[in-house]
Write a protein that binds this ligand. Structure first.
Ligand code: MTE
Ligand code: MO
Length: 158
């Protein structure tokens, strides 16, 4: 994927199998522009929520799952770190793949399960290759365009 491609715009369905780096830490950009590094152990200090029956539906590559992913909900994560009012979070990987989540989506959790920052799958730690830290959107059933592997930056917009 080219470097000048906007990661939040629609992209090809060709999933990248290789992590862009070895370190699963990511950058949090707060609404006032300050930044902070978030590690896997920071996430593991927050309440853990499981989302069962999650499938990764890849166009042209078949479906994998169902999996039970677990980690902190994106809602609790943002509530822990962000004090200011916010409207949306851009969840972006260093390989140029990303997705936007609106605050309103988190306020009304989908019956399929909440959006989580997954650190575990089926009760064991997620490997870096598998996407650690991976955003999981259980309501997305016909594509995997929101299932962002290797979260590298979460920018929370005012
Ligand atoms: N960072 C990142 N996340 C990504 C992608 C990618 O290329 N990079 N591809 C997406 C697409 S199109 C698919 S189908 C799934 C593939 O997930 P899998 O590798 O677990 O099968 O990851 C999604 N998340
Ligand atoms: Mo895909």
């Amino acid at each position: 994927m080219s470097n000048n491609h906007d990661p939040l715009q629609p992209h090809s369905h060709e999933p990248n199998p290789e992590p862009p780096s070895a370190d699963p830490s990511f950058e949090l950009v707060l609404p006032d522009g300050r930044t902070q590094t978030i590690t896997v152990s920071d996430l593991e200090k927050l309440p853990e929520t499981a989302a069962a029956n999650c499938c990764i539906v890849s166009t042209g590559h078949g479906t994998s799952g169902p999996f039970t992913f677990s980690g902190v909900t994106l809602r609790e994560f943002v509530q822990t770190y962000v004090r200011d009012a916010w409207s949306q979070a851009e969840v972006i990987s260093a390989d140029g793949f990303g997705n936007r989540v609106f605050a309103a989506e988190l306020a009304q959790p989908n019956t399929a399960g909440p959006i989580i920052l997954a650190t575990r799958v089926d009760g064991r730690p997620l490997t870096r290759q598998e996407g650690l830290v991976r955003m999981i959107v259980p309501s997305e059933r016909d594509d995997a365009l929101r299932q962002v592997k290797w979260v590298g930056r979460i920018r929370v917009r005012p």
